[in-house]
Structures are given as C-alpha cells and as structure tokens.
Design a protein around this ligand. Structure first.
Ligand code: GNR
Ligand code: NI
Length: 172
C-alpha cells in the first residue's frame, strides 16, 4: 500500500471522462488499496481514482460514522441506475478543492450498479450521506465537480481563486 498525491483545482485532469475497467485484476485491487490509504490519511469519506491522477472508473468510499468500525467500499465502473425524485441538501467538500464547502442538492436516494473487488456485478441502495457521496464520486469519474452544481457566480469565484493561487505558486 502507498499514499498517493491528490491533485487539486485547476488541474485539467479533473475534467477527464475516465475509462471503464475491463478486468478487475491485482493492479486494480492494489490501486483501490492505495486509494483507501490516501482517503483515510487525508482524511476523506470518498475518493475517485482521477483524484490521484488515474483516469479509470474506480471509486472508494467509507461513509461510516467516526465512532463506528471502518466500512471500506470498493466500486469499479459504478453507475447510478435509479435516483429518487426527492432531493436532500448536504454541505459538500472535495479533497481536490481544499478548504471550500458549499451546500449541494442531489437525489436523496439512489441505486448504484458496480463491480466489486472480485469483478462480481453488484447493486446497492444508497440513502443519507452515502447517497450524496456516491453521486459525488460518480460525478468525478465523469469529469464533474461539486462546484458544477452551484450557481455560475459561486463556481467562477472558486475557480478563479484556485487559478490565482496556482499562478502565484508558479511565480514563487
Ligand atoms: O471527504 C469528502 N467529504 C464529502 C462530504 C460531503 C459530500 C461529499 C464528500 S466527498 C469528500 C472526498 C472527495 O473529494 N471525494 O471525491
Ligand atoms: Ni471530491
């Protein structure tokens, strides 16, 4: 297992539509272990492979409560196959947009299909925080960030702030 570097805005790779995984093999399993280690270290409750610069449709999540035992989830080629009409609002953050938080409205419940770490097709029903996080992660593998769900004014403000910070870094 290894800690990997998380890429941040304005890295253009965050806008890639990631490639499906053809076979869940040892390389993919090792990738998911590295992602979980990196996610727990951050700390975060979800991570998409593209956040460590790997453009594959691979996601890890642990939305368990801090005081409970860890519940690492490994999802390959995840897809929302159903979403509720009913929506919820959560304050979201993203490890690739550090220290910025905003409320996002999404379907409250969804059903997700995916391959598990053995390559077996699975489905899961999600609600609460897990429903929000799984949608946030599936957005990532399609090149979509949570700021895309905000008003253009708010989004532009965040993008500008990170672009400016990156420019300052490159000069310094
Ligand atoms: O750690 C994270 N917390 C979080 C909180 C609310 C909604 C979504 C998330 S995901 C985020 C980690 C991350 O950036 N995953 O892509
Ligand atoms: Ni994120």
């Amino acid at each position: 297992m290894a800690l990997r570097t998380i890429i941040t805005l304005p890295d253009p790779r965050l806008r890639l539509v990631c490639d499906p995984v053809a076979t869940v093999d040892d390389t993919i399993r090792a990738l998911m272990d590295d992602m979980l280690e990196t996610m727990y270290d951050a700390p975060g409750i979800g991570l998409a492979a593209i956040q460590i610069a790997v453009a594959k449709r691979v996601v890890v999540i642990d939305a368990s409560r801090e005081e409970d035992a860890r519940q690492p989830m490994r999802l390959v080629n995840p897809q929302v196959v159903w979403a509720s009409e009913e929506t919820s609002v959560y304050e979201e953050g993203c490890l690739s947009i550090p220290e910025y938080f905003a409320e996002v409205e999404r379907p409250s419940r969804c059903k997700v299909s995916y391959l598990d770490e053995t390559g077996k097709p699975c489905e899961m029903d999600c609600e609460g925080l897990l429903a929000t996080v799984v949608q946030h992660e599936i957005d990532h593998i399609n090149g979509v960030l949570f700021i895309d769900h905000l008003s253009k004014l708010k989004r532009d403000r965040v993008v500008k702030k990170f672009a400016k910070a990156a420019k300052r870094e490159s000069v310094a």
